[in-house]
Design a protein around this ligand. Sequence first.
Ligand SMILES: Nc1ncnc2c1ncn2[C@@H]1O[C@H](COP(=O)(O)OP(=O)(O)OP(=O)(O)O)[C@@H](O)[C@H]1O
Length: 590
Amino acid sequence: MQLPSTTITDGGHITVKPKRTLRLLQLLRPHRALFTAGMLFLITNSLAGLAFPELLGRLINAGKQPEATAYIHEAGIALVVLLTIQAISSFFRTLIFVKVAEKTLASLRQSVYNHLIKLPMQFFLTRRVGELNSRISADISLLQETFTNTIAELIRQLVIIVGGITFLMLTSIHLTLFMLAIMPVMVLIAVGFGRFIRHFSRRVQDQVAASGTIVEETLQGIFSVKAFASEFLEMKRYREKTDEAARIGIQNGKYRAALSSFVVAGIFGALVAVIWRGALIGLDTGQLFSFVLYSVFIGSSIGGLAEVYASLQKSIGATDNLFAILDEPAEPLAPVTRLAPEHTLHGYISFRHVSFRYPGREDTPVLKNLSFQAQANQTIALIGPSGAGKSTIVSLLLRIYDPTGGHILFDQKDSSTFPLSALRSQIATVPQDVFLFGGTIAENIAYGKQDATDAEIIAAAQKANAWEFIQRMPQGLQTIVGERGVQLSGGQRQRIAIARAVLKSPRILILDEATSALDAESEKLVQDALSKLMKGRTAIVIAHRLATIRQADKIIVIDKGAIVEEGTHHELISNEEGLYKTLCEMQFIQ
Ligand SMILES: Nc1ncnc2c1ncn2[C@@H]1O[C@H](COP(=O)(O)OP(=O)(O)OP(=O)(O)O)[C@@H](O)[C@H]1O
């Protein structure tokens, strides 16, 4: 995948760069008013949290004041008010951030999908679809966390650190500096240590998983284990893996033990040192109490900041991946509402000296200087051995790819002068491997024409010889086809695809004959439907069974990307030396 120039990867580690952070924040732009409101609640919430230790300190000290009861009530009520403000602001802050995150992610999902579906075929050639899909959903979930929590946490922690230090400075600059010299260092060491341990725990889990795999595999393949008498070998392998897991686990335990003593000695030690020093310089109980509480707040915010930074780095990596997809140039597609007269096809097709190499396989010419014509309403059959280049011709016709040499003309005009969507909307394909979507039969037929009425769908199904079997199904047109149409037979799927093409009523028809033979009856139904469909249209037929193309106006024999013969069945069959004759003989056709 082509990554944008701003991506900086350093041994798999992604560093935060301002430009990339900005790109992440730009996603929030449409919701900036709502986001700002959320920010206000967040800041209110953080400030209220900040006042908490101070007020608590006052409450503790209130007993020593001359009119103790009044002071105690005052401080107590102030704390209740504070907690109410905190509760309310916390509610709205969470609500608003979730709203912003959900809206942002929905539009991000939509733009990534909308872009992805418009990317040219060559993008998909080098990527695994499953991987792309899980990548995108993982990256988007990461961003969900960022927009709901991470950004808010970052702000909250900054407010607490800055505000907390200010409060402390007001109490005692000397003690604050003392605290700052030891507390953050201890916290950061603890965070770093914690991360190291987490990495170690992952290694333990991997080892345990590896030993689990041995159990699973050997039990599934227990027959082979016994047949090869390898029980003792497997026992040894399992012992090694589990012993290793135990060894790493014990080592991990040592680090954990060290961390907990460090937390007790280091962090609590730092707190003790602060209280000690504070007592020495004469702070009273209340002041000392709020001082310690602020120190804890600040310490945990510094620790939290390190986590937030790591999580932001991951999100920026995720946005880089998503933006890399968005930065890929898409096909210039636009919805076809009405065909302009100059873009209406009349059915004449001409290949002129067309050459082609697949992107990424530039060293292998697939089509070599290919020229042929199809007059309007003619049927042209493409035949030739497997790998000759027949499907490639179809891909070029649909402009899935553009030729690397030569031209393809529709009605004497270069194919590149037609808008892609306008061109494709006038061509229908009935492919070999019919792909049916998981919806109803009606939806699948209407794929050729989204606004088709039920009557039109039924008429198309009748023309495609599909109506009879659809009618026999309990739910008729509303029958749900299973994933990839598994509940339908090959012949039935083909007839649905034909009905789709009937409904689309294309000017040009591309038929890729199924290689797997249908039974005689299905074959006849499919052939009948196809003959009806081909009438009055230009048809390009990729034929595997030569018996079906005798009536073609022209048969083009392709071998290794070049045309080796061209003519009608009768012309070609009389050439004793020809490839067509040989192929016919192999299929017992006279
Ligand atoms: N996406 C691709 N990337 C690279 N090479 C490809 C790609 N698709 C096909 N090819 C190569 O192009 C050549 C022509 O393939 P094509 O699918 O057009 O042949 P075909 O005549 O339709 O074969 P079949 O009858 O088996 O379907 C083959 O050598 C094939 O390996």
